[in-house]
Design a binder for this molecule. Structure first.
Ligand code: RIB
Length: 304
């Protein structure tokens, strides 16, 4: 599992950077209910999470994101820097409140998230163009959907032109220009994101296969559907493979999809094939669900 790297993989990650306010509730609150419960403040945002997880797995990471000039923005930038991430392309929006997520985690480890996008949703094509060199220097780019479709499309276009592998984790399940799927080599949805993308029912393994095949017709040649503790389904030119789940005691599943996506990107950039990458990413994400929080739960290479 903990194989030595061939060479240091280089990733360009673009996406949201948030502060995560995590509350451990006994059950999701109903209207009118107040609960006093344990709380933690941490760093999150799907983009920053993926950048941090990839860096902890040994990748050389450049991150494109936006924070506010409030209390949290500089703290996020410092934290990214401490992880060894290139923050040259992290912008600070003046007068803006940094992206924030309120995360409620139930005893089962399942979560519900409410977010304020803040500066994340003001990323522009000009921001992307400023990072063109970093995109073209990467082995792969990894993006999510908490930033707008236009800059995302621009990132994928630049990467495509440069022959750089493009990876989309279509999270959260929001509307986005589906034309950008044509610029994606590998799509990494979970089951609800797959259902949102295809408009199909996704409950059984047979449903997952059918919907993944239908998503593949929209363009990405490679697909990995994450299925939580049931593992993952891989679909590519070589056919379909099921990756078994890991049996662990889930404490907090928030950020597990980010941990998985980053690990897949690192593994592919190191030269592993898609099935081996999915298998390894499953082990990485399984560790993250045994710990609290998002970035605070992500393992380092030495923990594997
Ligand atoms: O995927 C988990 C992340 O989603 C959290 O860190 C939160 O900030 C939201 O962006």
């Amino acid at each position: 599992v903990n194989q030595p790297m061939k060479s240091t993989p280089r990733l360009f990650v673009a996406g949201s950077a948030n502060v995560d306010l995590t509350f451990r509730v006994t059950a999701m609150p109903r209207p009118g209910v107040t609960e006093v419960c344990p709380y933690a403040l941490g760093f999150g945002g799907k983009g920053a999470n993926q950048a941090v997880q990839a860096a902890r797995l040994g990748a050389d990471v450049s991150f494109l994101g936006k924070v506010g000039d409030d209390l949290f923005g500089p703290a996020i930038v410092d934290a990214l820097k401490r992880e060894g991430i290139n923050i040259e392309h992290v912008r600070t929006a003046s007068g803006a409140l940094t992206g924030t997520a309120v995360i409620l985690v139930e005893r089962s480890g399942q979560n519900s998230i409410v977010t304020h996008g803040g500066p994340n949703v003001t990323m522009t094509r000009a921001d992307v163009r400023g990072a063109e060199r970093a995109i073209l220097a990467a082995d792969a780019v990894l993006v999510t959907l908490e930033v707008p479709g236009k800059p995302l499309t621009e990132i994928l276009r630049i990467a495509r032109r440069g022959g750089i592998r493009t990876i989309l984790n279509p999270a959260p399940p929001v509307d986005f220009p589906h034309a950008l799927l044509k610029l994606v080599d590998l799509c990494l949805p979970n089951e609800s994101e797959l259902a949102a993308l295809t408009g199909m029912r996704v409950r059984t393994l047979a449903d997952v296969k059918r919907a993944a095949e239908s998503l593949r017709k929209l363009a990405p040649r490679q697909i990995i559907v994450t299925r939580g503790d049931r593992g993952a389904l891989v679909l590519d030119d070589q056919g379909c493979a099921s990756i078994p789940g890991q049996s662990v005691e889930a404490v907090d599943t928030s950020g597990a999809g980010d941990s998985f996506s980053a690990a897949v990107a690192v593994a592919l950039a190191e030269g592993r094939d898609l099935r081996a990458a999915a298998h390894w990413a499953n082990q990485v994400a399984a560790i993250s669900v045994t710990r609290s929080g998002t970035q605070s739960s992500f393992p380092r290479r030495g923990d594997l």
